[in-house]
Design a protein around this ligand. Structure first.
Ligand code: ATP
Ligand code: MG
Length: 325
């Protein structure tokens, strides 16, 4: 049995990038009977960028509802909130002491986030260490994530193997990232990586009129309606090509190239495509957001399973480090 593990931060509602880059591929992996899946909500990580507790709680619910909306089988697998299992933070401290400072200082995502965000706190800096704790705590083998997380996973392997070496044990399983090369980093409406914290995302669960509004805001160049357009440099086309059928994508490409087809037309087609493709997930998502007690129950059950494993690992770590078990 291979253990598959992945998490989404509760720093906002999940967006198209999270869904295509992480949630759908992870759920596919979880359907393989050879795998045992551990999917969690990284609410501790979200504290690096989000300080409002009520908002966090709402985002946690939205993320849980999204996993369920896309068909995650929480009964066969393990589904929990990171903050409810204290072993995540305990292990993160131990691992901090096995992490070379320059490794964190050179992390691309820290550099990118610290340029864009006004609050550059120490949590943001040690983010990859908490992530390493999330993974190593459960002896996970396969980590399905988007390309933006590749470097963080290399750091997890590095930190885990340093621990194994320095502490003279083979306690931690060193995981492999699983990045589907067909899935790129999904661009946001401004063309940068779609990110909750950059506020450039498409939330497919919004009411129709809001979804339409945000689709209209996707950045495009100023080529006039009549003139041919380059599909390969256009964000709307990129997003459409990730969602629509091959033949619909081919037709849109021809329309771009021949001219007389405006970005407004393409945005309307993308909007309709999202409504059609995500009709069922939208229905399930709304159901859970109206029945949050059910979500709470599902997560609490998952936490019992997660805690049992986390406690076993932390007890071994404490022994190795001379803290008692
Ligand atoms: P934040 O801005 O707070 O970092 P985020 O939008 O980057 O949030 P995360 O919770 O950091 O989302 O990432 C959750 C998962 O979604 C990870 O596996 C990550 O690789 C994937 N992911 C995030 N953004 C994208 C994107 N634009 N394209 C593809 N995958 C993505
Ligand atoms: Mg991120």
């Amino acid at each position: 049995m291979a253990r598959v593990l992945t998490g989404i931060q509760s720093s906002g509602r999940p967006h198209l990038g999270n869904i295509l880059g992480a949630i759908i591929p992870a759920i596919e992996l979880s359907r393989n009977p050879q795998n045992e899946s551990f999917f969690f909500i990284a609410d501790l990580h979200s504290l690096t960028t989000l300080k409002d507790g009520a908002e966090r709680q709402n985002f946690v619910q939205a993320i849980a509802a999204t996993w369920l909306a896309f068909g995650f089988d929480y009964e066969q697998n393990t589904f929990w909130r990171q903050s409810r299992i204290q072993e995540h933070t305990e292990l993160a401290w131990y691992l901090n002491c096995f992490t070379p400072f320059p490794m964190l200082a050179n992390a691309t995502s820290f550099k990118e986030k610290s340029e864009k965000l006004s609050d550059v706190n120490a949590g943001l800096f040690t983010y990859p260490v908490l992530q390493a704790a999330d993974i190593l705590l459960y002896n996970a083998h396969i980590i399905p994530v988007g390309k933006d997380q590749k470097q963080h996973l290399e750091m997890t392997k590095d930190i885990g193997s340093r621990f194994n070496q320095l502490a003279g044990s083979d306690l931690f399983v060193l995981p492999e990232p699983q990045i589907d090369d067909r899935i790129m980093t999904i661009p946001g409406i401004d063309g940068q990586k779609m990110s909750k914290s950059y506020h450039n995302y498409i939330d497919i669960f919004q009411p129709e009129n809001e979804l339409k509004k945000i689709t209209k805001k996707i950045v495009s160049d100023s080529t006039p309606l009549d003139e041919p357009k380059d599909p390969d440099s256009d964000i709307t086309f990129k997003l459409f090509s990730l969602l629509a059928s091959e033949s619909d994508v081919a037709t849109m490409r021809e329309n771009y190239l021949k001219g007389g087809y405006g970005y407004g037309h393409a945005k309307q087609a993308l909007f309709e495509c999202m409504l059609e493709k995500f009709a069922e997930p939208r229905r399930i998502f709304n159901y859970y957001m109206e029945n949050t007690a059910e979500l709470e129950h599902i997560l609490t059950q998952g936490e019992i399973k997660a805690r049992a494993i986390a406690q076993q690992t932390i007890s071994k770590v404490r022994q190795v480090l001379g803290f008692g078990s």
